[in-house]
Design a protein around this ligand. Structure first.
Ligand code: ATP
Length: 138
């Protein structure tokens, strides 16, 4: 059996998970990265996206993260996220409503650059949540 490492995902509001896992894939701002037990230590920022991991039974799971930081050590990965939800905790209707709001804001011609960028990122968060929530079997 593969050596395990501890994955911890924390937000300012809650401890999302603390689990022994075989492998973690996460959305680094410089690109997606994977961590196995024994990895060289590194620190990176995260963009909105999905953390994929395999738990100690080999089951694949997904967590949405809206961005933050990740520290990898040989025996653990810690993710400090702005917000994060396990796939089964994502409220699909809420994400669809957020997508609709963001699309309306993007369509407003009078939006300045900052509100346009914020709406774009909100739309991206909503799309990722919807895609993850609609993933079956994980
Ligand atoms: P919304 O406009 O619906 O609040 P958002 O992308 O602005 O969406 P965030 O700022 O990323 O939301 O998160 C705020 C809080 O709401 C966090 O605790 C996050 O986990 C939770 N949250 C946001 N959207 C969802 C969702 N679709 N399902 C479950 N929790 C959500």
């Amino acid at each position: 059996m593969a050596e395990l490492l501890k994955l911890e995902v924390v937000t300012p509001e809650q401890y999302v998970i603390s689990e022994d896992v075989e492998i973690v894939m996460a959305p680094g701002t410089l690109g997606e990265f994977g961590v196995l037990s024994g990895h060289t230590p590194f620190l990176t920022s995260l963009k909105p996206g999905r953390i994929n991991y395999k738990d100690s039974t080999g089951k694949e799971k997904i967590i949405f993260v809206s961005g933050g930081f990740s520290e990898a050590l040989p025996d653990r990965v810690t993710v400090l996220a702005e917000s994060a939800e396990r796939r089964r905790d994502i409220d699909l209707d809420r994400a669809r409503a957020a997508l609709e709001r963001a699309q309306k804001r993007l369509a407003q011609e009078k939006s300045d650059n900052i509100s346009f960028e914020r709406a774009k990122i909100a739309m991206y968060r909503a799309i990722e949540r919807i895609k993850i929530a609609e993933t079956r079997g994980l």
